[in-house]
Design a protein around this ligand. Structure first.
Ligand code: DAH
Length: 349
């Protein structure tokens, strides 16, 4: 019987070695290990039982051979394991996930730089007591021009300089006209946020202290500093004794709040139909004067247009370009970058 037992051992060793070296990954190797070396049902265990049938005088030699084969099978297993491990952790199966692999990036969305700027401007102006107000982007001529003291013959009303809506121009705009208008009136995309001054003053008595941040539209050809749609921050303060000095203080505090304490503010005389006197506001920052927008004391005609008494109240207003502020702050040199939807640009904010 010893001959059979020894033959079984040799066959087992050959099969096990072949199985271990054929294993292509950790899973296959583990299956082979269980098949041959498994503690309960492994084939080595089964063959080992045959030792009982070996004649007594042959037992020492058979037992020795059994131990040799057992060791040889274990060695074959270990070397197969080493082979797979040196091929890579995934193949070895011991570490199913590799902690050293770079993680899958979570794509977190973020606010557009202009939205972030708007939030920040609201925050700064909020600390100065200005509450955000909103108005429609589709406007009538009263709010975009007339109540702002911009008469019919004013060049700002040129149809070529504004986005008039075709439906209104065709006289079919009744459905979209504001409710207070009985007849179809021309509608346009607002060209300035000064419209919101009128809307706010129409619905509340003085005092007023608002800002309005939103889109405005002008048919300008896009270049590095122009875009047919951009954003403005409008400000309006109406009270009993508002002065130009107050305006300057507010704009200076705003500028230092947004750009830092090393900013200087300069007023240059200017003209806007809705302010008297009117100024152009420049900020000096990083060795340059940059024009940020217009401002002035609200013209008495505007106060009258909304039913305020110019003898009782006065006020100031300002309108600043949001893109310009954001460009200055971040060193952006082309306004078109904001609206290309290029993630490589947008990701930087
Ligand atoms: N609406 C003007 C523009 O778009 C900017 C402006 C100037 C707004 C003077 C004002 C102001 O409120 O007082 O160019």
């Amino acid at each position: 019987m010893a001959a059979q037992f020894l033959a079984d051992l040799d066959a087992l060793l050959a099969e096990a070695s072949a199985a271990f070296s054929a294993a292509a990954d950790g899973e296959a190797l583990e299956a082979a290990r269980i098949e041959f070396l498994g503690a309960a049902k492994g084939r080595l265990k089964a063959v080992q039982k045959g030792l009982g049938t070996v004649a007594k005088e042959d037992k020492p030699a058979a037992g020795k051979r059994l131990n040799e084969v057992k060791e040889a099978i274990e060695t074959a297993f270990t070397s197969a394991k080493d082979r797979l491990e040196s091929a890579g952790p995934a193949a070895a199966g011991g570490a199913r996930f590799d902690l050293t692999l770079p993680g899958r990036p979570l794509r977190v969305g973020r606010l557009h730089p202009i939205s972030q700027t708007i939030d920040e401007l609201k925050d700064i102006m909020g600390r100065l007591g200005f509450t955000p107000a909103e108005g429609p982007e589709i406007e009538d001529e009263r709010h975009n021009f007339e109540a702002l003291n911009i008469p019919l013959e004013h060049p700002a009303r040129d149809p070529l300089d504004n986005f008039y809506l075709a439906v209104a121009a065709a006289g079919a705009g009744t459905a979209t006209a504001p409710p207070h208008q009985e007849h179809a009136a021309p509608l346009l995309l607002r060209s300035q946020t000064s419209t919101v001054q009128i809307r706010v003053m129409e619905r509340q008595p003085p005092p007023v202290r608002i800002i309005s941040l939103g889109r405005v539209y002008r048919p300008d050809a896009a270049d590095a500093t122009h875009y047919p749609m951009f954003h403005q921050m409008e400000g309006l303060l109406i009270d009993r004794h508002a002065t130009l000095a107050d305006l300057k203080s507010v704009l200076r505090m705003f500028a230092t709040g947004y750009l830092g304490s090393d900013v200087h503010v300069r007023f240059r005389p200017s003209f806007f139909p809705f302010t008297e006197p009117s100024v152009e506001c420049d900020y000096y920052w990083n060795d340059r004067w940059i024009e940020f927008g217009g401002a002035g004391m609200v013209d008495p005609n505007v106060l009258q247009a909304v039913g305020y008494d110019p003898e009782e109240v006065s006020g100031f207003a300002f309108g600043l370009g949001v893109e310009r502020l954001c460009m200055r702050r971040h060193g952006i040199t082309d306004i078109r970058e904001f609206y290309k939807n290029d993630v490589r640009f947008l990701q930087q904010f």
